[in-house]
Design a protein around this ligand. Structure first.
Ligand SMILES: Nc1ncnc2c1ncn2[C@@H]1O[C@H](COP(=O)(O)OP(=O)(O)OP(=O)(O)O)[C@@H](O)[C@H]1O
Ligand SMILES: *[C@@H]1O[C@H](CO)[C@@H](O)[C@H](O)[C@H]1NC(C)=O
Ligand SMILES: *[C@H]1O[C@H](CO)[C@@H](O)[C@H](O)[C@H]1NC(C)=O
Ligand SMILES: [Mg+2]
Length: 367
């Protein structure tokens, strides 16, 4: 049974998560923090680890490391929950693949609290392990997918906090064998919390797209989201408006429920470009909720075309991928970040990094 559990499950043990057990019953697991692939860290190892951690913390700067094999990471975020972020992530991934069929696309769901990619991509099951003990993504509609939802029971209460979430994120970032990917689309949990920050600090992100609805409240949150990414020097590619236009399914008449120039005003206020508008449409909800994403199932529909246009916009705005051996330049050169960071920002984020760092650098880090 221990063998059958697989390494990735054991890797999560120190997260204290309840995992799928052999006989249906959940196995409550906790405590043992130093189990790495069944290998107990020796005293010397953990000493070395402590030193390494101290070293990194003393520098105050996170050591970003690309995900093996992945050329460009695109993060889909929103300030507010339930604005259609996951639906956008799924259809954007499919749209990127449709934009250029020679590109390999992956989808990573780091919404550890409420993963929705398994359902939307009609996938379930446990990832297999590769020879070097990395999880293999699950594949559907030509997209390689990885989600916390594959690793935990759907009904399991996900009441993780802090450390556990961080080590789960670390596993999703570092212990997946993606193979060569041109684009990795990352679906994030709502808000601008530790998860977003830790991802921004651990891996180089080519660009973030912010999904929002045109209501004031959502816009305020979108603004916060954009600001957060700017502060950690992630280029914000633009804003995607969900539900800005209602198109009558019968007569095709389009109604701007929130006013037609809302978008433009919003773009100005946030100093962001609008990548596109997703209409409010029953088709989108149905296809998304039944695991038949609209870009795949009805590629000729207007709704799918809205996502395809956004994918093309994203491709157009992405900075060219770094080649192996290139020294990453200052990120702001390729982004459209305007305005400069203040000293106060620097200090605040430096501090945050130091506070959060010990939570992120867990034992499984590859050397
Ligand atoms: N443009 C749209 N028209 C109609 N329904 C939509 C549209 N976009 C998303 N939906 C539906 O809205 C619901 C919420 O969408 P989704 O799960 O993508 O939001 P989310 O921002 O990822 O939510 P969360 O913050 O919980 O992760 C889903 O049922 C989805 O099918
Ligand atoms: C793909 O994206 C590029 C860059 O935006 C665009 O010029 C091209 O028309 C797109 N192709 C398709 C098939 O959508
Ligand atoms: C997109 O997401 C909303 C969230 O309410 C969802 O209900 C609707 O389904 C789509 N539109 C937007 C923006 O809200
Ligand atoms: Mg979601």
């Amino acid at each position: 049974m221990l063998r059958a559990m697989g390494c990735w499950q054991r890797l999560l043990l120190f997260g204290g998560v309840t995992l799928r057990g052999g006989g249906g019953a959940g196995v409550p697991l906790g405590g043992s923090r130093v189990l790495v692939c069944g290998r107990q860290l020796s005293g010397a190892d953990s000493e070395a680890l402590k030193q390494r951690r101290a070293q990194i913390m003393s520098r105050g700067l996170p050591k970003q490391k690309p995900i093996e094999g992945v050329k460009q990471v695109i993060v889909v975020a929103s300030g507010k929950g339930g604005v259609g972020k996951s639906t956008t992530a799924v259809n954007l991934a499919l749209g990127l693949a449709a934009n250029d069929s020679s590109k390999a696309v992956g989808l990573l769901d780091v919404d550890v609290y409420g993963p929705s990619i398994p359902k939307m991509m009609n996938l379930k099951g446990n990832p297999e392990l590769s020879q070097n003990n990395l999880m293999r993504p699950l594949l559907n509609y030509g997209i390689a997918c990885m989600s916390m939802g594959f690793l935990i029971e759907e009904t399991a209460p996900v009441v993780w906090r802090g450390l556990m979430v961080m080590s789960a994120i670390e596993k999703l970032l570092r212990q997946v064998d993606w193979g060569p990917l041109d684009y990795l689309v990352v679906d994030t949990p709502p808000g601008t919390g530790d998860v977003q920050l830790s991802i921004s600090q651990n891996i180089p992100i080519s660009g973030a797209v912010i999904v929002s609805t045109p209501q004031d409240i959502a816009l305020v949150d979108a603004h916060k989201g954009a600001e957060m990414f700017r502060k950690v020097h992630v280029p914000v590619l633009g804003l995607i408006q969900n539900m800005s236009v209602f198109q009558c399914p019968k007569c095709k008449h389009r109604t701007h429920i929130f006013g037609a120039d809302g978008a433009r005003r919003l773009a100005q206020t946030l100093d962001l470009d609008i990548l596109g508008d997703i209409p409010l449409h029953l088709n989108i909800r149905e296809t998304s909720d039944t695991g038949q994403p609209i870009v795949f199932s009805q590629p000729e529909s207007d709704e799918a075309k809205a996502y395809l246009r956004i994918a093309a916009e994203v491709v157009r705005r992405l900075p060219p991928p770094l080649k192996k051996g290139d020294v990453p330049g200052p990120r702001d050169q390729t982004s459209k970040i305007r305005g400069s960071r203040s000293y106060a920002d620097e200090t605040k984020y430096g501090l945050l990094r130091i506070l959060i760092k010990p939570l992120i650098f867990t034992e499984g880090y590859s050397h």
